[in-house]
Design a protein around this ligand. Structure first.
Ligand code: DAT
Ligand code: MG
Length: 151
């Protein structure tokens, strides 16, 4: 029934600025299911694989430097429609164009420091979760609030 998973990552600026709790809280409060969570220093090769579709862009080297510049928070979230809904919660790539109420709209000012990543399709959700998490790092569980989120 349309259950998807998405890879959400708090980028190094979000961690350095003390926004980890605030950002996790938005997904938690929405009612999606947290399946994986870790603080992680991303190696360059992994950043390059994650952003491989952008490797011909002029900003790519800076993007790789940024993502590997400090710890990130890696998350796997599950839910019906979680991919598109998370992109809405995150807001537009350029934080100055992101709507107020979105994470980027509320918490960031520049594309190169836009605090959070979210997968752009269910296929990429699977791909990115496989890329960033090892087997055994994800939990299958039913939260106590489940009957109060979905009838
Ligand atoms: P999004 O993160 O909203 O999915 P994307 O996948 O097009 O955006 O790009 C990935 C990241 O690359 C983005 O979060 C920030 C950086 N980026 C994208 N376009 C950029 C640009 N024009 N200048 C600098 N950085 C850019
Ligand atoms: Mg993207």
């Amino acid at each position: 029934e349309g259950v998807e998973e998405t890879y959400i990552m708090i980028k190094p600026d979000g961690v350095q600025r003390g926004l980890v709790g605030e950002i996790i809280s938005r997904f938690e409060k929405k009612g999606f299911l947290l399946k994986g969570l870790k603080l992680f220093q991303c190696p360059k090769e992994l950043a390059e694989e994650h952003y491989k579709d952008l490797k011909d862009k002029s900003f790519y080297p800076k993007l790789i430097d940024y993502i590997t510049s400090g710890p990130v928070v890696c998350m796997a979230w599950e839910g019906v429609g979680v991919v598109a809904s998370s992109r809405k919660l995150i807001g537009a790539t350029n934080p100055l164009q992101a709507e107020p109420g979105t994470i980027r709209g509320d918490l960031a000012v520049q594309t190169g420091r836009n605090v959070v990543h979210g997968s752009d399709s269910p296929e990429n959700g699977h791909r990115e979760i496989d890329l960033w998490f090892k087997e055994g790092e994800l939990c299958q569980w039913v939260p106590a609030q489940a009957p109060w989120l979905r009838e």
